[in-house]
Design a protein around this ligand. Structure first.
Ligand code: DAH
Length: 339
């Protein structure tokens, strides 16, 4: 029995020195200390020893078990430290390396124009209002003096929704929503998205942005409208800009006009962008139709107003010489990072 204990001790020492992985150690533990391990077997064999020698043998086996157990802990500890050391070396981070820059975002060209336009009107007393993009026929058409039988409804191709509502085709319904809730004077600018069911090409897209403006008070005149539009053109397109107004038709204004700005590329001499005319069309406007004022409960004999509406895509295309409206919506960084 004594020899057996010694030889197990030698074997354990040899095996331990061969261990290089956690798995090796675990196998070793099973081999010596497991249920059928060599030490366990020694305890079972103790019954074959003469009774008077048993306590001493028991003591030997206990000592050996103790040695192997603590050796396993030590070797395991060493292996784990090695593994950790290797990992730390592999995953080492050089904190002195320069960081990777994530690049700066840019403001979308449409947002830039939108902000400039809003700022110009805010500087002369307009405040910003917004309305829903999902509208009713009443706000988008009827209240704006466009009854269902009126051919003007076909001027704007509409996306109708299943719930009987529609996607607003212009920002003009915000006029109605604001006036319904306020008494004159109201001086409002209403920026937002609008939708049209049109074929998509370089000139038109199914969604775009407008800025609507209107002013209602007890003595608003056509010449004030002219003055405001002239001021706006100079602020946005440059001090030398001039405006020209032409008669037009919108159901919600009477009289109605379209406003051109002198071409800022050729200073009015005539070029490719202004199609040799020297003028660029930038917005529609007019004096608010009395029927519109009446639809919100205003007394059209006591108050008047003017209104105007402009397309932000068109103005941005003119400002930057962009020839395809789809570029605004493709989110191509090569395009967007130029602004
Ligand atoms: N709502 C018109 C459109 O989308 C634009 C417009 C024209 C708005 C004249 C106005 C206006 O307020 O007075 O075509």
């Amino acid at each position: 029995m004594r020899d057996k204990i010694n030889s197990i001790q030698i074997q354990a020492e040899n095996d331990l020195s061969d261990c290089s992985t956690i798995e090796d150690i675990e196998n070793l533990r099973v081999k010596f200390l497991g249920k059928k391990g060599q030490i366990t077997l020694l305890y079972q064999n103790i019954k074959d020893v003469a009774p008077e020698d048993r306590p001493q043998m028991g003591q030997f086996i206990n000592d050996l078990k103790q040695k192997i157990t603590s050796a396993i802990v030590n070797v395991k500890d060493r292996i784990e430290k090695n593994i950790l050391q290797k990992r730390l070396e592999q995953e080492a981070i050089d904190v002195t390396l320069p960081g990777r820059s994530s690049g700066f975002g840019k403001i979308h060209p449409l947002a830039k124009t939108m902000r400039s336009v809003i700022k110009i009107f805010q500087s002369i007393g307009f405040s910003v209002a917004q309305g829903p993009e999902v509208e009713t026929e009443y706000y988008n058409f009827d209240a704006l003096n466009i009854p269902s039988y009126h051919p003007a409804r076909d001027m704007q191709d509409t996306f109708f929704l299943e719930n009987g509502k529609l996607l607003r085709t212009h920002t003009s319904p915000v006029q109605i929503r604001v006036m319904e809730n306020r008494t004159p004077p109201v001086r409002i600018i209403a920026p937002g998205r609008v939708y049209r069911n049109e074929a998509i090409n370089a000139r038109s897209y199914c969604l775009f942005h407008q800025v609507e403006g209107f002013y209602v008070d007890s003595s608003v005149t056509f010449s004030e409208l002219k003055g405001v539009l002239g001021y706006f053109a100079k602020e946005l397109f440059g001090e030398d800009s001039k405006i020209r107004i032409r008669p037009s038709f919108f159901p919600f204004t009477e009289p109605s006009l379209e406003c051109d700005v002198s071409c800022f590329l050729c200073s009015g001499k005539g070029c490719r962008v202004c199609k040799k005319t020297g003028w660029l069309e930038i917005l529609g406007a007019g004096m608010i139709h009395p029927a519109v004022l009446r639809s919100v409960g205003y007394d059209s004999s006591q108050v008047q107003g003017y209104a105007f509406g402009m397309g932000i895509e068109r103005i941005t295309m003119l400002l930057y010489g962009i020839n395809d409206i789809r570029l605004f919506f493709e989110n191509d960084l090569r395009f967007l990072s130029q602004f």
